[in-house]
Design a protein around this ligand. Structure first.
Ligand code: ATP
Ligand code: MG
Length: 417
């Protein structure tokens, strides 16, 4: 894409009403636009990043047999009354229509997915099944000061699975846990699977997936020697205690952000919605249910918090809106006309597009310093500079945004030929 055609602009100053680094940088770089506390619109580059994260998650969910659907976000209040959540879930947004009918806006989808599964799962032969979606969630959060890491509207991947036996549930639970760790790794993050309380419906443990960051709202204790990690909320251990799991390491306390969560819901929702299937003997049985969430937009915020520096955003290749930022430094358009630099940059841009490389082309008339500062702010992994030297020598400066390393490359090397 040519930057001269882009409708968004970057800004030098962080907005005064944003305290979180992720929101400050994303607003400055023109990736997101704030509508109100906890609610953002995603602009062209922000939408690209979000979709890349979604795609990584989608591929891994499909790989463990998840089937993607798209559920309604405007829900009948009856479903929420049936599970008790209408009165018990404080973050639930409720709406009243002009006909005085009541609705809920989806903050999670157990109330919708369970009746859907009930309709199609009739026999043990229809199990197990895992259904997921990637979509918007709405929650009446009290605090919304963490930028896109805690939204009142946000994007979540939520998967729900149904099983015949506890063993089969446990098998899938382990598979999902591994799949989650793979997702975070593909996004360039190190997440810890943290033992947490099972929440309202189960005494069993759940797993929260935590990325260490000072911008997080959770406190965790983790072992410096084994993979043991626990939410400080439920830990009976104190700081500097010996790890009771491996008896070797020490536990350290850290701030972290929850980027995913997996729960054993047992038969809570099967009960509420009278969901049974016929087993091998033709007897009615209740399926065991699990839910598996990933905070897609929160992940985008965590990536910004983790890699962003004093110059701006720094995207890992897997989620970057473009792989290459092509920056031309024309010597000036005055006088005799055609600038050789512009011609060379145009040609390289066409070649990159032809080669299927995602490229943002800064084809604007601006000073080099301005262009570089803006390029740093946008955070695209590689910057390729086309100036007078490049035209003269046929080699281009390729700068890594993450490390600042500079390499000299020929056109063929850039195009991978
Ligand atoms: P938290 O404790 O942070 O409020 P939660 O336990 O309410 O999270 P879940 O209901 O399990 O979260 O939702 C699944 C995932 O969605 C979470 O692990 C988190 O990554 C993300 N998430 C939850 N609430 C928000 C929010 N308000 N804004 C952005 N992402 C969120
Ligand atoms: Mg919450």
């Amino acid at each position: 894409m040519r930057q001269s055609k882009l409708f968004t602009k970057t800004r030098r100053e962080a907005p005064a009403d944003e305290v979180a680094k992720n929101a400050q940088l994303l607003v400055r770089a023109g990736y997101i636009h704030k509508e109100m506390a906890g609610v953002y619109s995603y602009l062209p580059f922000g939408k690209k990043v979000l979709e890349k994260i979604e795609q990584v998650v989608r591929e891994e969910m499909d790989a463990i047999g998840g089937q993607e659907i798209r559920m309604a976000t405007l829900h009948p209040s009856e479903n929420w009354k049936q599970t008790g959540a209408w009165d018990n879930v404080d973050v639930l947004f409720k709406l009243q229509s002009r006909t005085e009918k009541e609705y809920a806006i989806g903050q999670s989808e157990e109330e919708i997915v369970t009746p859907i599964a009930r309709e199609y799962v009739q026999s043990y032969k229809d199990l197990p099944v895992a259904i997921y979606q990637i979509g918007q969630k709405y929650r009446d959060e009290l605090r919304a000061k963490s930028g896109i890491m805690r939204g009142r509207e946000f994007t979540m991947k939520d998967m729900y699975s149904f099983h015949e036996t506890q063993e089969d549930f446990d098998r899938f639970y382990t598979l999902a846990k591994e799949s989650y760790l793979k997702i975070y790794e593909r996004l360039g993050l190190v997440a810890k699977a943290t033992e947490a309380s099972g929440g309202a419906f189960t005494k069993k443990l759940s797993y929260e997936f935590m990325v260490l960051t000072d911008a997080g709202e959770d406190d965790i204790l983790y072992c410096d020697s084994c993979s043991y990690c626990v939410n400080a909320e439920i830990s009976t251990q104190k700081k500097d205690d010996e790890c009771t799991r491996c008896n070797k390491g020490k536990l350290a306390r850290a701030k972290a952000s929850e980027v995913g969560n997996i729960f054993d819901l047992g038969t809570k929702y099967a009960n509420d919605f009278s969901f049974t299937y016929k087993d091998k003997e033709g007897k009615d049985q209740q399926p065991i249910m699990g839910c598996f969430g990933i905070g897609i937009s929160r992940l985008m915020g965590v990536i910004v918090e983790t890699f962003g520096d004093d110059k701006g955003l720094v995207w890992p290749e897997s989620v970057a809106p473009f792989s290459v930022h092509l920056v031309s430094l024309p010597a000036g358009r005055q006088g005799s006309g055609i600038d050789e630099v512009c011609k060379a940059a145009d040609a390289l841009y066409d070649d990159l597009v032809q080669a299927g490389i995602e490229v943002l082309y800064d084809d604007r008339d601006a000073r080099a310093g301005e262009k570089f500062a803006e390029s740093d702010l946008l955070g695209i992994p590689q910057r390729i500079v086309v100036g007078k030297d490049a035209v003269a020598t046929g080699t281009f400066e390729v700068v890594s945004r993450a490390t600042g390393d500079v390499a000299k490359k020929s056109r063929a090397e850039i195009l991978g030929k």
